[in-house]
Write a protein that binds this ligand. Structure first.
Ligand code: CP
Length: 309
């Protein structure tokens, strides 16, 4: 498949290739090289129907560092506000001859839909609560960086699982790479499908975190709570928030992760968010490396590697 749509559909070999290539990209970032000609002549469009800081900016920088032309479409200032459909927006962008479209949209399956109607490479930057494959890959890259392996690790994913595309991409990716995945959250934020995904599901956050190697905390997506949050925000923080006491249940060297943006004081306590165990800032840096790797692989098919540093 030319596109990056979901980790559910990606083979272990494909994931491994992206992770290995991201290692080379990280070396470029670490050497502070901010322009190579690898993707010269390629054009990339960031088409985000939902807000983003990390994903959109890192794809923009990834493309620019590799020499591509990158254009951001601000949907609120585009013809979508005049009623233009997703299909027509995609066809319009395709007519301009772009090579890749990085798309975030509130509808599950929107990237698959885009892939079926236009020729440029489609990279899913988040489709509703379905998947966020590049986040799943950068999370695995971060775990590999600190732990050296994924196979056999206990990974706890805690928080608003129901609305989380990050949770689903992490679950598919981590399971394929051999991790033991546990999820936890209030019953109201745990979708039934989790029971069928071959993972352990807990209502008590302590049971998921107990002896975990990695604790990945997910944001409470207040904007997607249709009937208000149950439990309330205050109850959530008290019963499910990850604080120093709860994190101490994990292994001593457990890694604390969060895809961002964080609700500090709600799903994660301020004192642990930037503690020595936190890999949150490194996740952001790794997002750039992984997205450089993805653009390189999908636009060049791995060719032209000699132009990189
Ligand atoms: N983690 C993540 O997708 O962050 P943004 O919404 O800022 O892109």
């Amino acid at each position: 498949n030319k596109d990056i749509l979901a980790l559910q559909d990606m083979s272990v070999d494909e994931m491994q290739l992206i992770l290995d290539t991201a290692k080379q990209m990280k070396q470029i970032i670490d050497r502070d090289i901010k322009k190579v000609p690898t993707l010269r002549g390629k054009s990339v469009i960031n088409l985000f129907f939902e807000s983003s800081t990390r994903t959109r900016t890192s794809f923009e920088l990834a493309g620019k560092y590799l020499g591509a032309d990158v254009v951001n479409i601000t949907v609120s200032a585009s013809s979508v506000t005049k009623g233009e459909s997703l299909r027509d927006t995609l066809l319009t962008v395709e007519a301009m001859g772009v090579d890749a479209i990085i798309m975030r949209h509130e509808a599950e399956g929107s990237s698959q839909f885009a892939s079926s109607i236009v020729k440029p490479v489609i990279i899913n930057a988040g489709d509703g609560a379905h998947e966020h494959p590049t986040q799943g890959l950068l999370d695995m890259f971060t775990i590999l960086q600190y732990k050296g392996q994924i196979q056999g690790l206990k990974v706890a994913i805690v928080g608003d699982i129901l609305h989380s595309r990050v949770a689903r991409s992490n679950i598919w990716g981590l399971k394929k790479m051999g991790a033991e995945v546990h999820v936890a959250g209030p019953q109201t934020l745990l979708p039934r499908e989790m029971e069928c995904m071959g993972i352990r599901v807990h209502n008590r956050i302590e049971d998921a975190i107990d002896q975990a190697d990695v604790v990945n905390v997910l944001r409470i997506q207040k904007e997607r709570q249709q009937k208000g949050l149950f439990p309330s925000l205050r109850e959530y923080a008290r019963i499910f928030g990850v604080n120093a006491k709860r994190l101490a249940l994990a292994k001593e060297d457990a890694l604390l992760m969060h895809p961002g943006p964080m609700n500090r004081g709600l799903e994660i306590a301020p004192d642990v968010a930037y503690s020595g165990q936190s890999a949150i800032q490194e996740q952001v840096k790794n997002g750039l490396a992984v997205r450089m790797a993805i653009l390189f692989l999908v636009l060049m098919g791995g060719k032209n590697i000699e132009t990189i540093g």
